[in-house]
Write a protein that binds this ligand. Structure first.
Ligand code: GZL
Length: 323
């Protein structure tokens, strides 16, 4: 009896460590084949998201078919079609942009394969084309970025802040909603003025190019940069220094994601604020996929809890970010 109890305790601990309480395949938890169409590998967020999904699938004993579209919507559509042909149990994907999915998702619906949106979402007239959307509240991320800037202006007793924005991938959910949340929040503050907004496509190289051009155009008129992700922020930084400005002091930097490289730069004082956008959506995706496999209802929209890291905080005890 004591031995059985010991074994059960050890199993419980092991399952607890793997973070998946439904690992064992049995009548309630039939073997699941999950197909995932990832949009690319453009950022540490994306690489962290892919890694977390792979780790969580393994932890739950779920078979995973991972596809990578390398930043092209046409590749994602082809990938989803191949997952349909393979007859996976559930299809999940991170849509690179919001439009253009109805046809392929209608094919998945006709094939009887439920679809889960991960990270980003889509615009569609047929809400039945997907069962759930798991991802950040991007509008709130934009609001938190702007709220930091307003607090900074108050603290520094500034009478104006001239802002340049480096946007993420055009027509993607994070780009649209982060911009909307930010602009709505500064709209009522007469100190805030947006000098320019340019498309950096979430890429480090494009962030550098955008920053270089805006420094050439606006020079020392720029008081703050609102960048939609860390990759573009990290790309912009050396351009600011090369132009003779001190990032974090002469020009404030506000970013989104919260990967280790950016957090380290925040600790160095080169970035002032990073709004967290967690890529760790794998555990809730696996739980949702297993519920769909069992024919259970699932939550329609699931937002992870997220925080903001700023130069107002003591970050010395912050745990490693893992991406
Ligand atoms: C947001 C995600 C964005 C990240 C970028 O959830 O879609 O895409 O903020 C990534 O780093 O490229």
């Amino acid at each position: 009896m004591r031995k059985a109890l010991g074994l059960m305790l050890m199993l419980a601990v092991l399952l607890g460590l793997t973070g998946c309480s439904e690992k064992q395949e049995n009548a309630e938890n039939p073997k699941l084949l999950l197909g995932f169409s990832q949009l690319g590998s453009e950022s540490s967020y994306r690489i962290g998201n892919t890694k977390d999904i792979e780790e969580q699938a393994a932890a739950c004993g779920i078979s995973l078919m991972m596809k990578n579209a390398n930043q092209k919507q046409e590749n994602q559509i082809a990938d989803i079609r191949s997952l349909i042909a393979y007859r996976v149990d559930v299809i999940a994907f991170s849509p690179i942009v919001e439009e253009g999915w109805d046809t392929v998702l209608t094919e998945a619906k006709k094939a009887g394969i439920p679809v889960v949106l991960v990270d980003r979402t889509i615009q569609t007239r047929d809400e039945s084309l997907y069962a759930a959307q798991i991802g950040s509240d991007f509008y709130k991320e934009g609001v938190m970025a702007a709220e930091y800037l307003i607090r900074k202006a108050d603290r520094m007793e500034l009478d104006q802040i001239r802002i340049v924005e480096i946007r993420g991938t055009e027509n993607s959910t994070p780009m649209k909603q982060r911009q909307q949340g930010f602009m709505d929040t500064i709209a009522g503050d007469a100190r805030m003025r947006v000098l320019d907004s340019v498309d950096g496509d979430f890429l480090r190289s494009r962030g550098a190019e955008c920053m270089r051009k805006m420094l050439e155009t606006y020079g020392d008129q720029i008081d703050a940069v609102f960048s939609h992700n860390d990759e573009m922020t990290i790309g912009a930084l050396p351009e600011i220094e090369a132009a003779g400005y001190t990032p974090g002091k002469d020009i404030l930097l506000i970013s989104i994601d919260g990967g280790q490289d950016a957090i380290d730069l925040l600790k160095e004082g080169k970035i002032n604020c990073i709004v967290e956008c967690t890529p760790k959506l794998g555990a809730v995706l696996m739980e949702t996929a297993m519920k769909l496999k069992r024919g259970e209802t699932v939550e329609r929209v699931i937002h992870p809890e997220e925080q903001v890291f700023t130069d107002e905080q003591d970050l010395s005890q912050l745990a490693p970010r893992g991406y």
